[in-house]
Design a protein around this ligand. Sequence first.
Ligand code: 6PG
Length: 471
Amino acid sequence: MSQSDIGLIGLGTMGAMLSLNIADNGFDISVFNRTTSRTNEFKAGAGALSDKITACETLEALVASLKTPRAIILMVPAGEIVDHQIAALRPLLDKDDQIIDAGNANFRDTERRAAEARAQGVPFLGIGVSGGEEGARFGPSIMGGGPKEGWDRVSDILTAISAKYEGTPCATWMGEGGAGHFVKAVHNGIEYADMQMIAETYGIMRDGQKMSAEACAAVFDAWNDGPLKSYLVEISGKVAAATDAGSAAPMLDVIMDKAGQKGTGRWTVIEAQHLGAPVPVIEAAVAARNLSALKEERLKGEAAFGAAPQMLPDDALSDDDLEQALMVGKIMCYAQGYALLNAASAEFKWDLPMADIAEVWREGCIIRSAMLNDMASALTQDAGRNLIFAPYFAELINANLPALRKTVTTAMAHGLQVPALAAALSYFDMMRTGRSTANMIQGQRDFFGAHGFERVDKEGKDFHGPWGGQL
Ligand code: 6PG
């Protein structure tokens, strides 16, 4: 019996789609799922690709069916299940067989698993895979992490199955240990922020301008033909245009306004706090999801205080204003995401390939957008510079900032909620203020705790104010 090129454990939606993608690219793959019936059904349903798929009913059979040195992808839910799976699999493997965790792992778990694997002298990779079901089937964006030689062993398969941007594969090795999963977490943080800002423009249209879902859909569709061209704007148009078969109402009108989350956006914010890297747009997006979940309390709030949204005057905000506001918001959010990646790269000594990160996000992943190509160019020029200072983006900011300011102030004046767009504007305003108000914070800290401060007119770090006797 001929042996498979690679194995995969976990035939949930993502695992099943990734397996079909691997088979479709000419590789033989062995698959295993905890529920045997699922494994057999999967092979039976694979049509013409079935010949390339070996369905294994036990882990031993899976291991025996693979070419050596073996490579086995785990596509199981992130968390303890990954540890259990590794513990069950490792004793069956040879020393040079490689386990690849392709789930949405917390990078700290990946770092730990990588250290454990290193101690045992066995190869382990943690790779971030983005693109949802369709991406997994027809070309995801892949962010690899772990030993470079481990990546090189499977890079032919991973690049073959990845999305292509004008022929360039969207699959790159990001660095050692948890680097791939860290980059994937930041991708998801940006994903949350991108989604939230789009939702805020939808809120202005729906609540401020009383536009129908269909009318909102037309605006998103138009934006998708311009500088905001992106997967998330495209699907927002499709979501807004859809009708509920049962009630014939716009689908959006029957979807409950409570956003789910599996935690990756939250991880981004937590890590940003650990690193002291400000990501306020992403923080606002995560907080907005948490607030959305407080449906009962929000209903109480509306009953107690009245619904805030008032109609905007007809000419208050145009589609162009919202489009331009979203453009600047997006630049601020990415600038923060890349600054966080730079901070993590230095802290964890990963030497993250900043321009490559923008390049692998150009196709396949959820945040793919036309703007990412320009970001890749800006990061190629200078990977360490905040994106807002790249001449191309500085010009875009200058041209479109008035629309962001107008959108945020108008929305806020009318009680419409725009937390992420407002965070983007405040970030910009802080970043272009040479003399901040932190001198007051320093004065307060010194007043109540004698923490000391620096002065603008003298060298040294431990000056104190004249409030000694006032405690
Ligand atoms: C991707 C996505 C994916 C994520 C979902 C849901 O890149 O394909 O980021 O990995 O799991 O988008 O995430 P939440 O449930 O946290 O919204």
